[in-house]
Design a protein around this ligand. Sequence first.
Ligand code: GLY
Length: 334
Amino acid sequence: MKRRNFLQKAALGSVGITALGSSIAAKASTPNQTKDRQEIPPLNSSLPVVIATWSVEDATQKAWQSLQDGTTALEAVIAGCGVEEANAKGQSVGIGGLPDRDGRVTLDACVMNEKGDYGAVLCMQNIMHPIAVAKMVMEDTPHVIMAGVGAEEFAVSQGFKRENLLTEQSKKDWEIWKKTSRYKPIINIENHDTIGMLAVDKNGTISGGCTTSGLAYKMAGRVGDSAIIGSGLFVDNDIGAATATGLGEEVLKTVGSYLVVELMRQGKSPQEACELAIERIIEKTPNFEDFQVGYIAVNKKGETGAYSIHEGFTITTYQNQKNTISNSSFYNKK
Ligand code: GLY
């Protein structure tokens, strides 16, 4: 579908969508913003499905296998995200994550299940699998969010072991960074950060998880979108789910994943919903050229969507017995 048709279709939706569509259409007529808008890919709807941000074939394979073995969608997501958390070469999640500017690796993660239950850990150190701790916060405490030392102590009380998450490589990279201490995250590298994963089992039951070490060289104590309900992740089992990657500050300001799910509730496809949520950021943030945000979404039927501000965002989908990495469509070719 061409951009014009898409915007025309959007204008037929609710009043809010009409206003967004018109305003983006007006901006898109300026030469420097009419850039390489991609075609919307065809919908593929089949259950079960696992979809994740970035190129994480081993993680989606693990989640898919978990579903085949009869686990819940939530357990599949935790197994899948756990693969990346344990991958010391990945510098954006779990062990090996790039540290904050003081050299501490601090992790944020959350999960949400089909009942609308949610659990999260924020700014937790020394525990490799924050996604599994988030599930325990959800299931085994009267709370939904635990942060910092309290989250770490809770994890240890549940049997998790403390370990140093700063690998030699990430320490070396941080020491190089310290020579300039220039804070301007690199799009799709330092500004790529998060593994968000959504799973729908064969009965249409939906769960999601999101796990990250956050922005490289962030200020100590900074928390992004990934563990915050509605921003980094949202699941509504009647409708679908969405998760985000990229500059958390911008996702938080637009409550991005909730927006994607609400747009699906209004009748948008997962693809259209991701596009409108990215366009919301573009509309409100004049410096959108400087940062990346990407969304993925899935609906109850197993239709998927993905969209990002800039080129370079990849997604991994396990569906129809196939594990596929693809390039997300995007707004702006740099
Ligand atoms: N999207 C992850 C973060 O900003 O921390």
